[in-house]
Design a binder for this molecule. Structure first.
Ligand SMILES: Cc1cc2nc3c(=O)[nH]c(=O)nc-3n(C[C@H](O)[C@H](O)[C@H](O)COP(=O)(O)O)c2cc1C
Length: 216
């Protein structure tokens, strides 16, 4: 296989930066995720809070796209979006979602699986009001995921909402957060010769975290 004159099949990287064992991972995946997130921040990882979000639609077809992690609390991982978007429609019929982080600077991947639940209106308001004015208007102006005739529709909508709201831009009712309440989190550390480390936390029937290692 080739792309642009180079042979794609020959592209490979050996991972040697670090190791991961059960002791280091501890017994609480939130604490460990926060540690890895801090490491990624310190390593100046590119788009450190960007995660690929996979949802499944009513026909069981998967769809993946990037969203930004905007908060972590004791119950889950929060992102914000348009509830009327394709992803919102998917979540409405199937709340099971998966997200993936890839911090290439640290040769690390984290996979989270769980249930997406809307955050409270108060939490959505709080985050919405912290956003720059342009982003707040954009949330009104963009009918996310819908087919539009051309870009001018967006500019027109933006100007209309700017004139309507002035400085006082409320949160659109169709815009807000989801909290992914995880039942499984896998931490992956790249190792030499594809002998990577994979430590998984999975909730058992008592909602306790079961911890195990899986083969790379
Ligand atoms: C770096 C990056 C960050 C993004 N962050 C978000 C986000 O936080 N929320 C969001 O709704 N879309 C975000 N997007 C856009 C989504 O990837 C996607 O295009 C959009 O949400 C529509 O997806 P859907 O039609 O599947 O619902 C981001 C895209 C990129 C590349």
């Amino acid at each position: 296989m080739s792309g642009n004159g180079s042979n794609i099949a020959d592209i490979r990287k050996d991972y040697q930066l670090a190791e991961l064992d059960e002791q280091t991972a501890g017994d609480n995946p939130f604490i460990f995720f926060n540690k890895w997130f801090d490491d990624a921040l310190r390593a100046d990882a590119s788009e450190v809070n960007a995660m690929v979000l996979a949802t499944v639609d009513a026909d069981n077809k998967p769809h993946a796209r990037i969203v930004l992690l905007k908060g972590i609390d004791e119950s889950g991982f929060v992102f914000f979006t348009n509830y009327n978007s394709d992803k919102g429609a998917d979540i409405a019929v199937n709340a099971h979602v998966s997200v993936v982080f890839f911090w290439r600077e640290l040769e690390r991947q984290v996979r989270i699986e769980g249930i997406a639940q809307k955050v409270s209106a108060a939490d959505s308001d709080e985050y919405f009001n912290s956003r720059p004015e342009g982003s707040r208007l954009g949330a009104w102006a963009s009918p996310q995921s819908q087919i539009i005739k051309d870009r001018s529709i967006l500019d027109y909508n933006y100007q209309q909402y700017e004139a309507k709201f002035g400085q006082n831009i409320p949160r659109p009712p169709h815009w807000g957060g989801y909290r992914i309440v995880p039942d499984k989190i896998e931490f992956w550390q790249g190792r030499a010769s594809r002998m990577h480390d994979r430590i998984v936390f999975e909730k058992d029937s008592n909602s306790d975290w079961k911890i195990y290692r899986v083969a790379p």
